[in-house]
Design a protein around this ligand. Structure first.
Ligand code: NAP
Length: 260
């Protein structure tokens, strides 16, 4: 199947590591141009170099996305360099453990800043260009918005907000032919996941307990499986799909708890 991405330009936030890295690489493998926006120039460049070595096209823009000015800079950089934006993948986020009891009003607002403000800011600044290309937006959410996790109010509120914005933006952008969808991972082995599991007491036992409860094949989802759905939704092949929240999680969020 030809996804029709050739020479189209896609911004991937947090595109240097984990799920974002897999999305960046798949866009490039399909002939698109990936603009990796993330806070570490070194990490960004490593992924850009890997993509170029594999024969693809990618550039990086270093940005701390919690700052609105940095989001504007990502969009300005992309348009100056390529003259167009065909899609935005809002992916960067951090499960930062700001709990109701353990956190504070300041930490809660800082968590929203890290996890949801840039989803809005980038979409806002990209909109004039997405209108020109009938480009589209794919957000990466989390099952935490459905299930809770405990001790992560800022992250959970952000991910719930992202689900709401998916429907809201899908409606607002109908007149422009811009589609908006969200992909929900649950358990994917990435640097973020590794840091989170190691923050728990007995991480090995906890990991084994989680994996045993993933209905489909009792294994974690791979970053590539999240990327496959994301890039499908970015492409014109999914041309009548908008406002959808798609779970790529081996059934972890919704299937019957009694499944052994
Ligand atoms: P990851 O391994 O930490 O990779 C995320 C990348 O984004 C890192 O390069 C990180 O930089 C960068 N980043 C994060 N916040 C940023 C910011 N404010 N400004 C600039 N760069 C930023 O994370 P991941 O596991 O691939 O997660 C990607 C997305 O999937 C997130 O939205 C996450 O909530 C969601 N998700 C993941 C899982 C899972 O099981 N892994 C489950 C549910 C949802 P640093 O390395 O410097 O922090």
């Amino acid at each position: 199947m030809d996804l029709g991405l050739k020479d189209k330009v896609f911004i991937v936030t947090g595109g240097a590591k984990g799920i974002g890295e897999a999305i960046s690489k798949l866009i490039a493998a399909e002939g698109g141009i990936t603009v990796i926006a993330g806070r570490s120039t070194e990490d960004n460049n490593k992924t850009v170099e890997a993509i170029i070595a594999a024969g693809g096209q990618a550039v990086e823009v270093t940005a701390e996305l919690g700052e609105a000015d940095a989001c504007k800079r990502v969009i300005d950089f992309t348009v100056q360099r390529f003259g167009r934006i065909d899609g935005l993948v809002n992916n960067a986020g951090v499960n930062d453990g700001v709990g109701l009891e353990s956190g504070s009003p300041e930490k809660f607002m800082a968590s929203l800043q890290k996890n949801i403000s840039h989803y809005y800011n980038l979409a806002h600044y990209a909109l004039p260009y997405l209108k020109q290309t009938k480009g589209n937006i794919v957000n990466i959410g989390s099952k935490v918005a459905d299930t809770g996790q405990g001790n992560t109010s800022g992250y959970a509120a952000s991910k719930g907000g992202i689900n709401a914005l998916t429907r809201e933006w899908a409606v607002e952008l109908l007149p422009y032919g811009i589609r908006v969808n969200t992909v929900i991972p649950a358990e994917v082995w990435t640097p973020l996941y590794e840091t989170w599991i190691n923050s728990l007491p007995n991480p090995d036992e906890k990991l084994a307990a989680i994996v045993a409860k993933i209905p489909y094949e009792k294994r974690m989802t791979t970053s590539e499986e999240i990327a496959n759905m994301t890039v499908f939704l970015l492409s014109g092949v999914s041309s009548h799909t908008t406002g959808q929240i798609v779970y790529v999680d081996g059934g972890y969020t919704h299937l019957d708890r009694s499944i052994s």
